[in-house]
Design a protein around this ligand. Sequence first.
Ligand SMILES: [Zn+2]
Length: 338
Amino acid sequence: MLQLPIKDVISKIQTETGLSEPEIRQQIVNKMTALEGLVSEDGAAYIVASELGVQLFKDTRSGAIKVKDIVSGMQAIETVGKVVRTFSPNTFTGKDGKPKQVGSFILADETAEIRTVIWDQRAGWLTDGRLKEGLVVKIKDAYSKQNNLGGKELHLGYKSSLILEPKNVTVDVVARTGVSKKKIAELAPGETGSVLGEVVQVFTPKFYPVCPQCGKKVTLDAAGATCATHKSVTQQQAMILNFVLDDTTETLRCVAFRDRAEQLVGLTAIETQEILAKDGPDRLQERIDEFLLGKTIEVSGRVNRNEEYDRTEMIVNQVNVSPDPKVIAKELLNSGKA
Ligand SMILES: [Zn+2]
């Protein structure tokens, strides 16, 4: 089946990834070991090439598309972009009882940006520093789907490739956030915007059970947790954080879910629950206030009318807990505060 001699496979990997020959040979040996001798050296080389996104044979597909052209429900997506923000991965126990990780980052090119979801070993790259902000990446064989907020997301499955720093590729990115910067007083229900403001109040986080695979809320009964899509699952706890932002024009009630809530409190949902169980809600509140209260942050999302509580609130889609000081200074000048 394999038509290329191993030395040609290695040289192709070398050209496309910039890895050295010893590094590639080591990866091939590692792959053979990992597969417990079930593959030959040639077979392992082929797998390594595929995992690194190196196309050994001519690609018949149309090639890379721009981020703005990605719509929900596409398959075999190839795109190139820059990582403009990363989020810490979540760990949970998979159906097979083994630990699994899911993480995400924001991918941007000159046309748009998109939230991109990665799993397991690749999600680990977010913590070990291999996948970091500013890095150009090439993605192949990804698929897109709609997220909870009605937006689109890019997903990398086991067949997808994520190539870090492909050779001879540069990427310009759209202005951060992709949504217009607004003052709180200008935000009307139904609008999407990005605002910079000071956190003036934080409420104690709440938790709800979600599916570890898609992050959607699960229903609980005597038999356990059920996801509408993934059926019987081991539930994971997701965090919700309510807080109030003030930009001097007005205050804005914000609601952040999951990884965005985790970023805001500087703790994972699991860590937060541990503190809650061990030290109680008052100590947790103190710790969160200490971390977040008085901080100037940037949030973007959609503003909705919450009829139940008769208030306007932003469902936070993206959060930046340490915006560029230059951006803060500019905003302050614009508002006449500095
Ligand atoms: Zn699910």
